[in-house]
Ligand binder design. Structure first.
Ligand code: GTP
Length: 191
């Protein structure tokens, strides 16, 4: 725990916290992206495919985020829905160089959006059109149309092209998500 955290804890001032789910097909770059968002000293050197899920924490300017990094492998995708109820936001990572499997990613997204724990909830969804550095990658606008994002009506969403290896595009997306989470929290407090 850093000095500021200790002082904040002593005075009872804590960054607000939010739980988010990080989903997307296997190999899309979820763990790599989360690793970039962690502080330098907490970063892992080797990224291996996720088994089941792992939990990571990182800080944005205004929030401490607990991220559930869900494995994208087919046999673990049924685990995602067990965490829908408790999440306040979602990051959906798409490999923008993998046009063939984008059809599968779109199916998974449709099931997520329609799921009873998420339907009619204003949960913000941030999409990363990841691997923008690869020659075969398509633009975020194209990813948006291949994934049918314009059909999402009951949730705020945003898409950013990203490079999980260098971190390019990640902060723009996380800033949007933080703003969304903060305004949902403020609206909840008013009730
Ligand atoms: P699962 O744990 O199987 O669900 O995979 P994941 O979505 O967590 O993917 P992971 O972060 O393990 O990354 C898969 C591979 O893609 C790794 O070899 C990463 O180095 C690579 N990768 C991630 N992001 C990028 C990117 O933006 N560009 C390129 N070129 N490679 C990337």
């Amino acid at each position: 725990m850093g000095l500021l955290d200790k002082i904040a804890k002593f005075f009872g001032i804590r960054n607000e916290e939010a739980n988010i789910l990080v989903v997307g097909l296997d190999n899309s770059g979820k763990t790599t992206i989360l690793n970039q968002l962690k502080s330098d000293d907490a970063r892992a050197m080797d990224i291996v495919p996720t088994i089941g899920f792992t939990v990571e924490k990182f800080k944005t300017k205004a929030l401490t985020i607990t991220a559930f990094d869900m494995s994208g492998q087919g046999r673990y995708r049924t685990l995602w829905e067990q965490y829908y109820r408790d999440c306040q936001g979602i990051i959906f990572v798409v490999d923008s160089s993998d046009k063939i499997r984008m059809v599968v990613a779109r199916d998974e997204l449709e099931s997520l959006i329609k799921h009873q724990e998420l339907a009619n909830r204003r949960v913000p969804v941030l999409f990363f059109a990841n691997k923008m550095d690869l020659r075969d990658s398509v633009s975020s606008v194209k990813v948006s149309s291949l994934m049918g994002l314009e059909e999402i009506r009951d949730k705020p969403w945003y898409i950013c092209a990203s490079n999980g290896l260098t971190g390019e595009g990640l902060h723009e997306g996380v800033e949007w998500l933080t703003e969304q989470l903060k305004s949902s929290m403020a609206a909840k407090k008013k009730k």
